[in-house]
Design a protein around this ligand. Structure first.
Ligand code: DGL
Length: 273
């Protein structure tokens, strides 16, 4: 299938965490148009079953396909862990943020790393698989949080609740491994609370935010495929299946360049409804 250079880049997340990817894209390829789709209604995906995540994801990608995107950056770790289950169903190239985060970690090559993510991402073993394929000597300690992505998605950044959930999910690993200074932010919502993480656990002097590497990988792919836009400045469409006001406010908090009001989109249907 042929794509046109001025078609938009699609960015997908279960919520607004993928804004952290949009921010990097707007920084390094400001001429590109972007369509963002955040399925806040069904978030958190990370507490769902594998077949349901795939079912929801295919519907999200079909939405982006109708917007005629030329490539998709999956700005969601949970969804990225299952990329092999849907990437061949769509005509455009799909980028995994878990792959990007693993590549970023491999570049730094610490001896040990803690990877904080949703429950599903932690249990999938996906980071370990990618990292150990190239660097079997790096010890990866995955830690899942059941509610951190959901708490952040609420949009009010309740510091007390966020700190409590961090202690519940990360506290034990930090006690066991006081020598680890590198933390992978294995959920795209987490860079939004990185100050709280570092205040609570100052041992983490190296935070890996996979978004920057993913944006770079998308840029290199577009260059190589002769698909970089020559349109001047790109426009940015945000679709959410939950609350347009929260998505508008958070886009401003993240510092995104807004060119249109946030729109409500149909939510993917779950397997049980
Ligand atoms: N930002 C998503 C991620 O990176 C959160 C997914 C979820 O809702 O579980 O995993």
């Amino acid at each position: 299938m042929m794509f046109t250079a001025n078609a938009p880049i699609g960015v997908l997340d279960a919520g607004f965490g993928g804004y952290t990817v949009v921010k990097e894209l707007q920084r390094i390829v400001p001429q590109e148009s972007i369509v963002f789709y955040g399925d806040g209604k069904n978030q958190p995906y990370g507490n769902r079953q594998r077949e349901e995540i795939v079912h929801l994801t295919k519907q999200c990608l079909s939405f982006l396909q109708k917007k005629e995107v030329k490539v998709v950056a999956v700005g969601c770790n949970t969804i990225s862990t299952l990329i092999d289950e849907y990437q061949n169903d769509f005509p455009f190239k799909i980028f995994s943020i878990v792959r990007a985060g693993s590549d970023a970690l491999i570049q730094q090559h610490p001896k040990k790393v803690i990877m904080l993510s949703t429950m599903f991402t932690a249990q999938s073993g996906c980071y370990e698989r990618y990292i150990h394929a190239e660097c079997p000597d790096i010890e990866v300690i995955p830690q899942g949080s059941k509610w951190l992505a959901r708490l952040i998605e609420d949009g009010d950044f309740n510091k007390r609740k966020i700190a409590e959930e961090l202690k519940a999910s990360l506290g034990h690993a930090v006690e066991l491994h006081p020598d680890v200074d590198t933390l992978i932010l294995g959920c795209t919502h987490f860079p939004l609370v990185k100050d709280i993480i570092v205040e609570l656990y100052p041992q983490f002097t190296h935070l890996i935010n996979p978004a920057a590497v993913q944006a770079q990988q998308v840029k290199e792919y577009l260059e190589k495929s002769d698909l970089l836009s020559d349109n001047g400045t790109g426009d940015f469409q945000i679709y959410t299946t939950s609350d347009c006001a929260v998505y508008t406010r958070l886009a401003n908090v993240v510092g995104l360049h807004m060119t249109a009001p946030v729109k409500l989109a149909p939510a993917p249907v779950t397997l049980r409804t």
